[in-house]
Design a protein around this ligand. Structure first.
Ligand code: FAD
Length: 311
């Protein structure tokens, strides 16, 4: 069996690529190293997404479910827990080697996002010891927050959006190491109107507690004090591990991302890429851009495989 296209990664980019490939009736396989949904399900399932057109607001895991359902209903074959390790050149096709199988494909779309990513750690005493004992990197469901003192760390959109969710049901504080937030103006405006307490220019000294977090010691311009906390949610970015693409003979940018032209073509024949894994001038890492690039990548894969008269 030789697939028309193998899509690597089932985040929003990969799932959208699958939807477009099936609308062109391409035999499509999506291989996903972990669970479907990418960063949406792995990092911020409870967060609302307010900038995906067509939804005023949609919870990340619900948007992921919708994309997955659409891809499956259109006939995409999706295999989870199957990481791709190699993409080799065959005689007339590409050979994709995963942790479980070897596949043949006429084209490949790489949509591995941030690769094997993990939330960034703060690196201070007590953090590792209290992980999952009140220190978390993924916001729990809203119902679990009720009546708790929630302390959120971070200064970007997601930290603020998660703090706003928490604020609707409980006492919430946001701690940021800088004097200003690095977030959309609309989020900063909503924060100002909320009951969320902000502690700016503050560094965390330690997370304190034995069986469970009790407090957090912070240093604000030399003034050290403790904040009572039942839950600390750390949202200071992600550590990406993109070692896989280094082995795939792709031309990379100085930042280690896949270099593509405006047709989402890589330097390798029949291999296209989209989403957070690619870079070009003006690139903006968002769900909508990953989806838009996926549409382009797939139409190019279609032209490459089917060679229609109009292409
Ligand atoms: C906390 C946070 C909040 C965000 N909020 C928003 C928001 O509100 N709106 C917005 O538009 N964007 C938001 N983003 C950005 C958005 O999540 C990303 O731009 C988007 O997920 C990129 O999609 P992707 O498909 O390129 O990659 P990902 O979502 O990273 O998916 C890639 C998938 O590929 C898989 N993979 C990796 N390596 C392999 C391999 N070798 N083999 C097989 N599979 C592999 C991964 O497991 C993953 O599932 C947010 C990001 C973060 C971190």
């Amino acid at each position: 069996m030789c697939y028309d296209v193998i899509i690597i990664g089932a985040g929003p980019g990969g799932l959208t690529a699958g939807i477009y490939a099936r609308s062109k009736m391409m035999n499509t396989l999506i291989l996903e190293a972990g669970r479907v949904g990418g960063q949406m399900t792995a990092l911020y399932p409870e967060k609302g997404i307010h900038n995906y057109p067509g939804y005023e607001s949609v919870q990340a895991r619900k948007l992921s479910d919708k994309l997955y359902a659409q891809a499956e209903s259109m006939g995409c074959e999706v295999r989870e827990n199957e990481k791709v390790n190699e993409i080799n050149d065959g005689d007339e096709e590409l050979i994709v080697v995963s942790t479980k199988n070897t596949y043949h494909a006429k084209s490949v779309v790489i949509a591995i996002g941030m690769g094997n990513f993990h939330p960034k750690k703060m690196g201070c005493p007590g953090e590792n010891e209290l992980e999952n004992k009140g220190v978390t990197y993924i916001m729990p469901v809203k119902e679990e927050l009720v009546g708790k003192n929630v302390v959120m760390f971070g200064g970007g959109n997601s930290a603020i959006e998660m703090a706003l969710i928490a604020d609707s049901v409980t006492d919430t504080t946001i701690v940021h190491r800088k004097g200003e937030f690095r977030a959309d103006e609309s989020n900063v405006e909503s924060l100002k109107k909320s009951n969320i307490k902000t502690i700016m220019n503050a560094n965390v000294i330690s997370f304190n507690g034995t069986d469970h977090i009790k407090s957090i010691t912070v240093d604000q311009a030399g003034n050290k004090f403790d904040i009572h906390a039942d839950l600390a949610v750390i949202n200071i970015g992600i550590d990406a591990n993109l070692d896989d693409i280094k082995k795939w003979n792709l031309e990379l940018t100085p930042d280690g991302l896949v270099k593509v032209d405006n047709s989402m073509s890589t330097n390798r024949h029949g291999i296209f890429a989209c989403g957070d894994v690619v870079d070009y001038p003006g690139k903006y890492k968002q769900i909508i851009t990953a989806c838009g690039e996926a549409a382009t990548a797939v139409i190019m894969a279609y032209k490459f495989v089917k060679k229609p008269y109009w292409a």
